[in-house]
Design a protein around this ligand. Structure first.
Ligand code: PLP
Length: 387
């Protein structure tokens, strides 16, 4: 089996899995309980918080543990909207048309409560229109949320520049970025970028599923969406998922340690795959801006279309051959829904239907890609003959 769906989720580091087992079966105590063993667990948990904070260069603010990236994003949008609307103040939110469904779904929900939302356009590479952002800001704008890297295309947004525009207009506007695909692949320094909030998910970099974090420079303008105990500075109730939190911090450290090495290896694999697939198979179109160079696109996400080949059928055939890849995002898997991201960059419905997403990870090898290329060549020819 060859796994090429690392943007959907990643294999957990075995060291992380071993460590987590101990926190499930030995140090399983509730971190808020009033005895020594629990206090020791709490200390480990706070250690995890500190090490994650260092990974994003955050000298201050609060890092809240969440259950996933979707929760972090929902908390930012709904928590901000509820804060302002419940005080009878207007709430205008700006985001982009290519965000993950956790942002788009939360903005839809916020609209039901009375928030106004502007969705920014992107260019043919998926880059957000900075001029439109400037024009969209107004005195009721409370939140701007733009993803750091897109999950379908890999496009890296110019977050520092966008944040500068927003802060230049009004320093009080909250600037949030969804860094679920970007962290820890890209070097992130929240202070240097001028960010107010940043979302991360644990299962995208060798950590466990069901955990993430939201870093906030200031949580005072965020209402709860989960109530309960006083955990997470009173902003997110719920007994700590200690094993996952500690596992996530360990996975982040392991990835940071070998980041350069992993990054170079993946870049080499991606370059090899793209040069081979475009030279060996006719009618291939690379939809990701990966060929535009570093800093424009993540190296691990390759979205491509094969002329006159139904993407859904191709993915099913590859699955049959033991190769796992996907269409758009794992959250947009219905054949009825055309990818909102590919639509936003202006692709025709036909080309969107012909698209697949290959996302590379630390464990992929050149030999695997050679095998994938052979299978792809065969399957693409077969589908073209059948159609
Ligand atoms: N944001 C982006 C950009 C994503 O790619 C994903 C998941 O694929 C999420 C948010 C949601 O993360 P989670 O699966 O942890 O809810």
């Amino acid at each position: 089996m060859i796994y090429l769906d690392n943007a959907a989720t990643t294999i957990m580091y075995s060291d992380v899995a071993d460590m987590m087992r101990d926190y499930q079966t030995k140090s399983y105590y509730n971190s808020n309980s009033p005895y020594t063993s629990a206090r020791m667990v709490n200390k480990e948990l706070e250690g995890a918080r500190e090490s994650l904070r260092k990974c994003i260069g955050a000298d201050d603010g609060q890092l809240l543990f969440t259950s996933c990236g979707s929760e972090g994003n929902s908390l930012v949008v709904l928590g901000t909207a509820l804060f302002y609307l419940s005080r009878h103040e207007e709430c205008h939110i700006i985001t982009s048309s290519i965000e993950h469904h956790s942002i788009l779904g939360a903005t839809d929900a916020a609209k039901k409560y009375g928030a106004k939302v502007t969705y920014l356009d992107v260019d043919e590479y998926g880059v957000v229109d900075a001029e439109q952002l400037k024009r969209s800001l107004n005195s009721n704008t409370r939140l701007v949320s733009i993803m750091m890297a897109n999950n379908e295309l890999g496009t890296i947004e110019p977050i520092g520049r966008l944040c500068e525009i927003v802060k230049g207009y009004d320093d009080k506007i909250i600037f949030h970025t969804d860094a679920v695909q970007a962290f820890p692949r890209l070097s992130i320094d929240v202070d240097e970028l001028g960010l107010d909030m940043l979302t991360v998910s644990g299962h995208k970099f060798g950590g466990p599923k069901g955990v993430g974090f939201l870093w906030c420079k200031d949580i005072t303008r965020l209402d709860n969406i989960i109530y309960g105990g006083s955990q997470e500075f009173g902003k997110r109730g719920g007994t700590h998922n200690t094993s996952c939190i500690i596992g996530m911090a360990k996975a982040a450290c392991l990835t940071m340690e070998s980041k350069k090495q992993i990054g170079n290896a993946i870049k080499e694999l991606a370059d090899f795959f793209i040069s081979q697939v475009t030279s060996e198979i006719d009618g291939v179109r690379i939809n990701s801006p990966i060929c535009q160079g570093r800093g424009y696109c993540l190296d691990n996400i390759i979205n491509l279309s094969f002329d006159d080949v139904d993407g859904e059928r191709l993915v099913a055939m590859l699955d049959h051959d033991g190769i796992m890849c996907s269409r758009a995002s794992a959250c947009e898997d219905s054949s009825m829904n055309l990818s909102h991201v590919l639509k936003a960059i202006g692709l025709s419905d036909k080309r969107i239907k012909e698209s697949i997403r290959i996302s590379l990870g630390v464990d992929n090898t050149k030999d695997e890609l050679i095998e994938v290329l052979n299978v792809l060549k065969h399957r693409v020819e077969l589908i073209r003959k059948m159609q």
